[in-house]
Write a protein that binds this ligand. Sequence first.
Ligand code: ZN
Length: 293
Amino acid sequence: MDQRLIGAVEAGGTKFVLALAREDGTVLARGRIDSTSADATFPQMCAFFRQAGAAHGPIAAFGVGSFGPFDNDPASPGYGTITTTPKTGWPGANFLRALAEFGVPVVCDTDVNAAAIGEGLAGAGRGCGLFAYTTVGTGIGAGLVRGGVPLGGFGHYEAGHIPVARLPGDVFAGACRVHHDCVEGMASGTAIRARWGGELAGVDRIELIAHYLAQLAAVLLLTHMPERLIFGGGVMQVPGLIEALRRAAEARFAGYIHSPHLDPGLERYIVTPQLGNDAGITGAIELGRRGLA
Ligand code: ZN
């Protein structure tokens, strides 16, 4: 069978990762451009796909995983639009319009859901009926995937903005521009830089961040009973953080839920991603695959 071609976009707040892939997932061309503004970045994105298409053949569908807030509801007139982001040059940017010249289906979701789909397909979520993928980077976001499909209501989840109980003595005001001391405001990469002016390091600071992330882990567990919690993103690469998170989460779960999924020590329950930086683009390729007629 001839392999149809998929254009995939992982649209992050600082860079776009682009790929042209065969239907079976083989990547034929890769690109990376800065996310400056929609007016500057979208034409570069289209130029990449025109060039890659000329070299390898016509593109049959696109998959997009985008930063947000993002309209990921296929039934919405604004489907594929970056909505209320504070990032200059991006509110109202729409991927369906941007890629309209190719005349093929464009399937969109959030960057978090795309990475979650990728981990479910080929990474740490394989074999799970329902799992959660959380990214702790500049912001915090979580996606829940059941049978390859991200859960959602009228919009994507905003688990990074749940309220959290402060660690006694923590007087940091919080870095979220809306809620101040939500979990993103207290424990994201942005919060870490605002707290300490640099990267996360040192046992006390790692345990403080783990204290907040454990509350998100508890909310995900208590509201969804996922079979696994994957924690990724740049902040989670700090040595010792995943172990501190497991300890803090186990203390917070406090033995309330009895399940073979919750192993003592949570080493099998709370895990890091397996695809590393490729989770997002792997998920975007899968989104495009779902757009193939
Ligand atoms: Zn918030």
